[in-house]
Design a protein around this ligand. Structure first.
Ligand SMILES: Cc1cc2nc3c(=O)[nH]c(=O)nc-3n(C[C@H](O)[C@H](O)[C@H](O)COP(=O)(O)OP(=O)(O)OC[C@H]3O[C@@H](n4cnc5c(N)ncnc54)[C@H](O)[C@@H]3O)c2cc1C
Length: 385
């Protein structure tokens, strides 16, 4: 049996950030993942300047974008029509999670974290993890950063999420032979899914094409995906379509219990409008680690959850506002009005863009949307049959 201050389960952005930050605070940390790194993760890989700032703060260096594509131009589409092409936008980085997550994991090891990747967990208790080979780790605090299907959340709450209330995404990596990323713009299609959207993200060796949105109103997500691929001129049988859940705004108000904390997707920390999750995963990992180390220093591990909740206050507030705004953007009865306003208003387009790029937070956006609401509603009413 080996003892640590903190066990982190899951070495994605949330887990590697939590482990690195806790080690930097002087805590002993075991980082567990069932996969070995580098490993892939189904994701658009859109890395915003918000993500970049968090990455720098947590890992102490700038993210390596050698293998990424950076774009300052984006096209928005709706029902086969181009709504707008925005140029000179804040930089958007299109990364591959294989490289990105391996880099974060390497930072964790550099910080002194002990590596328990490539090991399957056989049993999880409130303070211990037992592997299939019967070896056991114990810790005063456990951080569950094991994604949307979190076993830590299942242990605490009986299930990770209700699949009816969260999102689902389908993606392909379209090889260069099918599309030329050099000429392919970064593109978002509002009508590609209900309560969601489609994306085409150019990468160095491929284009990541996907559709995603709330699961319940999209029982036919595969049809949406095939239609979207046809729109982009991609043969639907050429590449394997993969799917993954994402907790699209269904965050847990209390992400854990006593000395067991949930971070990243395991806590539902994904933007309900843009689907951005990498930034919130890293940040929540850092906040969870700080809460854990502070609780340990006070000899009161059970206070970790209250400390963590208080550290997450701003993030929760942002996500709550976004969940309300989402109705205006995605609800079918409002979408025509939103799209019309988006087409006509340079201000709305730029605000949406700054939101996507992580330059503006939701409270500011909500204030501006509310200021425009009377005209917006009027337009919506005129257009509603
Ligand atoms: C289709 C799709 C597209 C997306 N596009 C974007 C995007 O462009 N930009 C963006 O910011 N976000 C995007 N997201 C969201 C983003 O992928 C997630 O929010 C982010 O990966 C969350 O990080 P995490 O560390 O919490 O979880 P994960 O990245 O899922 O990492 C969890 C880790 O836990 C490990 N694990 C799981 N179960 C166990 C277990 N039982 N034992 C041990 N280890 C375990 C896994 O192997 C994994 O390494 C997208 C999501 C989807 C589904």
């Amino acid at each position: 049996m080996t003892q640590f201050d903190i066990i982190v389960i899951g070495a994605g952005p949330a887990g590697s950030a939590a482990a690195t930050w806790a080690a930097k605070q002087g805590c002993s940390v075991a980082l567990i993942d069932k996969a070995t790194f580098p490993r892939t993760k189904l994701c658009g890989g859109l890395f915003t300047e918000r993500s970049r700032a968090y990455y720098h703060e947590i890992f102490g260096q700038d993210v390596d974008l050698t293998h990424a594509v950076t774009r300052e131009e984006i096209a928005f589409w709706h029902e086969g029509r181009e709504l707008a092409v925005l140029t000179d936008i804040p930089a958007l980085h299109l990364t591959m999670r294989l490289d990105l997550d391996a880099a974060m994991f390497a930072h964790a090891l550099d910080a002194g974290v002990e590596d328990f990747t490539g090991q399957a967990i056989a049993e999880l208790t409130e303070t211990a993890v037992k592997f299939r080979d019967n070896s056991t780790l114990t810790a005063a605090v456990i951080i569950g950063a094991d994604g949307v299907n979190s076993i830590v959340a299942k242990q605490l709450f009986g299930k990770s999420f209700d699949t009816k209330t969260i999102g689902f995404g389908l993606e392909i990596e379209a090889p260069l032979s099918l599309q030329d990323p050099a000429t392919q713009p970064l593109r978002i299609d509002f009508s590609a899914a209900t309560w969601g959207y489609g994306w085409s993200f150019p990468k160095q060796g491929s284009t990541t094409v996907g559709v995603g949105g709330l699961r319940a109103p999209n029982p036919d997500m595969k049809d949406h995906m095939q239609r979207y691929m046809r729109t982009l001129g991609l043969p639907s049988e050429a590449v394997k379509i993969k799917g993954h859940h994402l907790p699209f705004g269904d965050f847990r108000p209390t992400p854990g219990r006593a000395h067991i904390l949930l971070a990243g997707d395991a806590a539902g920390l994904v933007d309900p409008i843009t689907g951005e999750g990498i930034a919130f995963a890293m940040k929540s990992g850092q906040i969870a680690a700080q809460a854990a180390c502070d609780a340990l220093k006070s000899n009161a591990p059970h206070t970790a959850i209250d400390r963590y909740k208080s550290g997450l206050k701003d993030m929760h507030r942002n996500l709550r506002i976004a969940r309300n705004l989402r109705r205006i953007i995605f609800a079918p009865r409002w979408q025509k009005a939103f799209v019309g306003t988006f087409r006509r208003s340079g201000t709305v387009r730029m605000m949406y863009m700054r939101l996507l790029a992580g330059e503006v937070e939701y409270p500011e956006l909500a204030r501006r949307v509310l200021a425009r609401l009377p005209r917006y509603l009027l337009n919506a009413l005129r257009r509603t049959p």
